[in-house]
Design a protein around this ligand. Sequence first.
Ligand code: ADP
Ligand code: GN1
Ligand code: MG
Length: 367
Amino acid sequence: MKFDFRQLTSHFQLYGNFVVAVPYGTGHINDTFQVTFDQGGTLLHYIIQRVNTNVFKAPEELMDNFLRVTRHIGAKIRDERAVNPATRRRTLEVVNSIYGKPYWRDPAGNFFRCYVFVENARSYDILETKAQAYQAAAAFSNFQADLADLPQRLNETIPDFHNTPSRLANLEKAAKEDKLGRLKSVSREFDFIMARGKECGVLIDLQKEGELVERVTHNDTKLNNVLIDDLTGSGCCVIDLDTVMPGLPHYDFGDMVRTGTSPAAEDETDLGKVTMRFPMYEALLRGYLSGAGGFLNATEKSLLPFSGKLITLEIGIRFLTDYLEGDVYFKIRRPDHNLDRCRTQLKLVASIEEQYDAMRKLADELA
Ligand code: ADP
Ligand code: GN1
Ligand code: MG
């Protein structure tokens, strides 16, 4: 979809002259662009996003969460800066529309928002070093810690987002309908998932029994949703705040294991390259516990290795469901893209299962 960015950005409180807009990042949901403004000879960057309103049905409520979260973290960073002026920790800063709202809707109903581009930092689709894994996980755990005292429950931007049994039920429904006749070509993947059906309810059931408690979590801690500082190498800014809402901390740790341990891309077609790298898991666990170790109880800590397996399986379920439903949710760039993505997830689940005893042993030691 093409937009007139000069005209579009004129609806936001941006100063100077519009220079250029380019598509940015590799997110699967929103349309993200980096825009450049010339402000008296200085070039400044911003992010403009078209929020996917098929996915986020109540974007105004979402932006309400967004502001509450970024103001809360922003205040903590200001306090921190008073003690340590050198801190490079950041949070997203929304640029309001000229009508005073944190978004602008165009006449066609497209929902746009704008925020300040975080300079001298970048996100990685594949983590290269253990230090990056540690720092990224520390940033996400500090994010959870920062929000532990957020007043009032956040809006649920996507109900049942990490309800794995309900994700499994959606897959079974899609398989039953088999709209595109694709089921026959994915029976191996489907059977692999179904053989693990019982495990899908473990976290949700413990929550119902009161063993696990709801916290404020990010819920989409794909490693490219944290910016790593170019200068210091630390995780300086957690981004993609659309799914920040009540959840279990395991959803966040689990997604870090899913996206931070494999040396292969999420859509790699050579499954031989997909594996759970134990040293990366160790770095993620240590980094995560550096910020979350203080508020997690023993039961929560003991389930961290399991969360890696569960969330990887859950996203595999979601990719396969979307494949069977005709690729209506995740953006795709080739016909079998969702199937390729599903296969990497299931291969990673198998690799986690092979190393599961060692993963648990380490978690017990570090707890
Ligand atoms: P999506 O929901 O589609 O994943 P994101 O909010 O994660 O969208 O943005 C997509 C990508 O854009 C990110 O992975 C990151 O590389 C980049 N990005 C987003 N916001 C910023 C920002 N404020 N500063 C720098 N880069 C950003
Ligand atoms: C989506 O928006 P993005 O690309 O960071 C998805 C996540 C999935 C991820 C899989 C709102 O994340 O839940 O885990 O793709 N976000 C939403 O890569 O569905
Ligand atoms: Mg993202």
